[in-house]
Design a binder for this molecule. Structure first.
Ligand SMILES: [Zn+2]
Length: 453
């Protein structure tokens, strides 16, 4: 039985009950969307779906088979045809109530999406988050250090409102530099620090090995694919458990969270549970359209079950991960999920010297070494036009290798074996490699044929 329960109605239910509840909410959502949202209505109509078909939906598989997917290009086209918010937001804009407007970061180079949610929806975003904060052992009145700055991005504003909804005291330290954040942490002694994963590592690099943080109970990481080795390292640095999270600007929320069982180990990773009562997550093989089986990798297709004013229905997010049925996790919750440390973006793939390279594989290989604090990969073109891959590694203050040259050679061999290409290795002393403040930009592609991504 789960230890820390936020909502017994769902967390102690069986899987069928949760699935039936999702189907019931889906029918309501689709009917409401049909009558209020021109953007989706047009898409449903093109797929031959109307109120009669919606009423007759008998299973989640039927829903997936008849309702078309939506993705970034559809949102961009809608915004361009009906600037600045698109047809899909007309219903929310007419309500004369406050709206929470977010943009995507636009890192994929195809334009920046606009998404929003209403006040009522934001309250339910807080409900979704409340599961995670409970699983992390937090209680109303606890103090959170929110290290994300408040900007037009979803990350920051969403966590701020969700934490307030749960009842946390939120310290907005996002706009200060790392030194000031650490000084404030030592002064106010929060119970939880929430940061993007690599930024938690950056803050951690400023901790003396003997230092302990009185009152700190956990860290909440996420917003970046990071392997278990990196998360384990954060736990060792900070001496508290790490709870990883995943969400998207499109969903307007985080909805995958590690439960009270934790992130697990490299040998047996834990699981991030999807908060099934509020969000329907499909994990599909894009080639066949089939839902993948337990332990298989697939693409995320997300439907929010509570955004009725600003719906998100079958959105292909572009993220991939390893699916698990609820039984994978020992906690007994009936919520399906994704293996901790398995999430990555499909468009992250690089072709270097003709070899397909996944940044996540490099990440997992490099961060498995205690000597590495942070790293950066630079791709350039040699005089002959061939690709040159250089990895700049910043050593950790805690584990300086006695013979750096030998360490560099070992790293070079290990990468050639595991990744399949040769990297030039450059070593940096602690603090000497400039690492960005927010989402880690570990890959610099300046090759002649590069698209600049
Ligand atoms: Zn669990």
């Amino acid at each position: 039985m789960p230890e820390k329960i936020y909502n017994a109605r769902f967390e102690l239910a069986d899987e069928e009950t949760v699935r039936a509840y999702q189907l019931e909410r889906l029918r309501e959502l689709l009917l409401h969307t049909w009558s209020t949202n021109q953007f989706y209505r047009r898409r449903f109509r093109e797929a031959g779906v109307g109120p009669d078909e919606i009423e007759q939906l008998q299973s989640l598989e039927e829903f997936a088979a008849c309702i078309p997917g939506v993705a970034k290009p559809d949102f961009i086209r809608d915004q361009e045809e009906n600037p600045p918010f698109g047809l899909r937001h007309v219903h929310a804009l007419r309500q004369e109530r406050p709206l929470f407007v977010c943009t995507t970061s636009g890192t994929s180079g195809q334009g920046q999406e606009v998404h929003m949610q209403t006040e009522a929806e934001m309250a339910l975003t807080g409900e979704t988050y409340s599961y995670a904060l409970t699983w992390a052992g937090l209680q109303p009145g606890d103090q959170m250090f929110l290290t994300l700055p408040i900007t037009m991005l979803g990350g920051g504003v969403i966590e701020y409102h969700a934490a307030l909804h749960f009842g946390l005291t939120v310290h907005c330290v996002g706009n200060y530099d790392a030194e000031r954040k650490m000084a404030l942490t030592r002064r106010f002694k929060p119970q939880v620090i929430l940061a993007n994963t690599s930024y938690m590592g950056r803050l951690g690099s400023m901790i003396h090995p003997d230092e302990r943080f009185e009152g700190l109970r956990c860290l909440i990481t996420g917003a970046e694919g990071a392997g278990i080795a990196y998360l384990e390292r954060l736990q060792e640095t900070w001496h508290v458990p790490v709870y990883d999270r995943y969400g998207s600007t499109q969903a307007g929320n985080d909805h995958l969270f590690v439960c009270d069982q934790g992130v697990g180990t490299v040998a047996r990773p834990g699981m991030m549970h999807n908060v099934d009562p509020w969000v329907l997550l499909e994990v599909r093989d894009p080639e066949t359209g089939q839902h993948v089986a337990d332990g298989e990798e697939g693409e995320f297709v997300v439907t929010s079950l509570y955004h009725f004013d600003t719906p998100l229905i079958r959105c292909r997010i572009g993220d991939w991960g390893t699916y698990h049925a609820p039984a994978y996790c020992a906690c007994g919750r009936p919520f399906m999920g994704i293996e901790a440390g398995s999430i990555h973006r499909r468009d992250d793939m690089r072709k270097i010297k003709g070899v397909v390279v996944w940044p996540k594989a490099v990440n997992d290989a490099v961060f498995a070494l205690a000597e590495v604090e942070e790293y950066q990969v630079s791709l350039t073109s040699g005089n002959d036009g061939a690709d040159v891959a250089t990895i700049r590694v910043m050593l950790s203050e805690r584990t300086i290798p006695p013979d750096p040259d030998a360490f560099g050679k070992g790293l070079n061999n290990m990468l050639r074996e595991r990744i399949g290409i040769r990297f030039e290795v450059e070593l940096f002393q602690p603090g000497e490699l400039d690492v960005g403040d927010w989402k880690a930009s570990r890959w610099l592609d300046n090759r002649l044929q590069s698209t600049g991504r």
